[in-house]
Design a protein around this ligand. Sequence first.
Ligand SMILES: Nc1nc2c(c(=O)[nH]1)N[C@H]1C(S)=C(S)[C@@H](COP(=O)(O)OP(=O)(O)OC[C@H]3O[C@@H](n4cnc5c(N)ncnc54)[C@H](O)[C@@H]3O)O[C@H]1N2
Ligand code: MOO
Length: 350
Amino acid sequence: MTSPERSRNDGTTLIGSSRLREVKVEDAVGMVLAHDLTQIVPGQFKGRLFRKGHVVTSEDLPRLKDIGKEHLFTIELADADLHEDDAAVRMARALSGDHVAYGEPAEGKASLKSTAHGLAFIAREMVDEINRLGDIALATVVDRRVVRTGEALAATRVIPLIVPKLKIEAVEDIVSAYRAAHGIAPIGVRPFRRMTAGLLTTGSEVYSGRIQDKFGPAVSAKLAEFGSEVVEQRFAPDDRHTIVNEIHYLRKQGYDMILVTGGMSVDPDDRTPGAIAEAGADIVSYGTPMLPGSMLLFGYLQGVPIFGLPGCVMHDPYTSFDVLLSRVLAGDTIAREDIVGMGYGGLHRS
Ligand SMILES: Nc1nc2c(c(=O)[nH]1)N[C@H]1C(S)=C(S)[C@@H](COP(=O)(O)OP(=O)(O)OC[C@H]3O[C@@H](n4cnc5c(N)ncnc54)[C@H](O)[C@@H]3O)O[C@H]1N2
Ligand code: MOO
């Protein structure tokens, strides 16, 4: 796993073909730092105290001692090797796909960030394959996580200070093969489209004015959070025929998706799933193996995504609606197997 590293008793260490020479801090004034130096003060600070390339001055000596440095390295880098910063950047470059940016490395780490609000794409098998090489750390967010502009997607790092070029070339080869096979990079972001929605709120208690509608504001806020919009809201009592007609009305308006709220459970007045079916939708799934949001229905009405949203969507901040909505907005067509796969890791409230 680890690079052959040989410490010698003349104060030098050989890593691969490169030589690291230890210099006592007292003798290091005027020396150029070979790598970033980190300070950690729990609860207060963690980061770079000195940058790679910094020229050590006599004023630096107490601060170097404070972070435990008695010696510093000079590096004689062999042609066959790479400095940790350069290795991290090369990996970042290889891995980055659409809507991903990476900046300057720090402390041997390069961060890949999203340049869009959308759904992260992370090829998990690729991450595992790279980490299997050893001496390399590639840490990512989970696939299909919602990311905002500027949010981190992944970070690359090599474990030793110096790594053989061959190791990074192995990463580049793995990634090239992936790109060739799949036509995309292993790390990317699929930006959310701006979609319009027609909303139908069912429930006789709301329709009659007995209680105030709370679903409309909750669903509108949710779509706005994703950059989309509820354009029109209609209301219906718990009457199947009326609900079917209202669904047809919304379909005719040409909205990008149709959302029907309430009446999704097991009571005799819960008419929504039957009405969505009667309206002619192809039901992908009624019932979603995730909590909250288990009573959610998803289907397509003449190709338009249609959701039956259970009461929890009005109440819980994160439900199966968030998962499926984000995928629809990223351009996915949802199949039954996608719904099946939501159960593992899908328990967010018992
Ligand atoms: N015996 C069972 N009970 C429940 C089940 C079950 O499987 N068996 N599922 C539970 C789950 S999970 C959820 S979520 C809810 C689903 O509720 P519904 O979608 O059927 O919602 P309703 O019955 O129509 O209403 C429930 C509740 O919410 C109020 N509501 C509904 N719409 C609005 C609105 N637009 N504004 C304000 N308030 C609204 C309604 O008055 C009820 O109080 O069922 C669980 N139970
Ligand atoms: O679907 Mo309820 O739909 O899990 O809280």
